[in-house]
Write a protein that binds this ligand. Sequence first.
Ligand code: SAH
Length: 363
Amino acid sequence: MPRYPRADGRLDFKSLTLDEIEAEIAGLGSEKFRALTAYKWVWQRGARTFAEMKNIATPVRVAMDEKFYIGWLECEGVIESADGTTKFLWKTDDGYQIESVLIPDGDRLTLCVSSQVGCAMACTFCLTGDLGLKRHLRPSEIANQPLQIKAGLDTRITNVVMMGMGEPLHNFDNLVAALRTYLAEDALGFSHRKVTVSTVGLVPAMQKLAELLRVNLAVSLNATTEEQRRAVMPITRKHSMAELLEACRTLPIMQHKRITFEYVMMGGVNDSMDDAARLVDLMAGMKAKVNLIPYNENPSRDIRRPSDERVHDFQTFLVHRGVQCSVRSTRGIDISAACGQLGKADPRSATDWFSRNRTASPA
Ligand code: SAH
């Protein structure tokens, strides 16, 4: 794993697993115990310095401080939607902007997390694609998003979805390292049932992930023919839809989980009743659920959102033929939180949000 040393040689503590931290501090004495104590301070109590870890002997704390830094995302702003959706804008160490979106829905509080700055997949309908890939996020940056937001909440984040900026499986090693932190009981402690990785369909990485971790998988299908999918999702040239669906059928996680197929409905592109019929065929023999996402219109695309009636008919068609199918409600549209739409916010709004919701300071 990369250790992201700073100019002073110190390593990124939050990008390391517990085992790696233990190995790094070998020689300080009682490594295992010290590593675990510091790890819990950081991931469970949100410690930002080694100095505050009072139950670790001073010389060990000092030695750790010489060895590691504890990274933190600067919160540039928080924008709240009328529907309760909240978008967080973060600035990385090197000045890039990323975002996370918190979505309350009944008993659930779902956090949508970014995995890259920009994205290389170039799906024609997606605004994040316009940025191109600037860089992969580090494990620490992927895991700091829930950690820092949690600190400002009185309630628990119940679900995490890797559906923010970026293609998570394109940033495979860092994603896996971050997910280990999400799932570790001594770190963020999310259940694997509550964590979902969404992908355009990087087939080999999907298979590798399924071997390593038991998280949920969502696949952005968005089309019902090869030709249609190639036109909107260039990745189809590398991995055909047939290859992708075959891989989904044979993934080991199919034994105990359903794969979610996201289907962005674009007016006149993939929303015909013929599409619905083909989608039913594609889902045959698949332990799947389909999540229809009516396209969120934006000024830089000439793509139309289908009528509510069309979305409803499409859904009904699938359900009547035994395909589990839900419609994703559009949330946060008034704050451009709905899909990869970058926004600007006043940094003071971050201070407001974090102090209103509790005591933790954002930066
Ligand atoms: N790269 C991964 C993770 C991003 S998830 C993936 O593609 O799965 C973001 C989801 O939003 C994807 O399903 C994508 O197809 C969808 N999406 C992108 N732009 C959209 C828009 N304008 N309206 C509705 N859904 C959109």
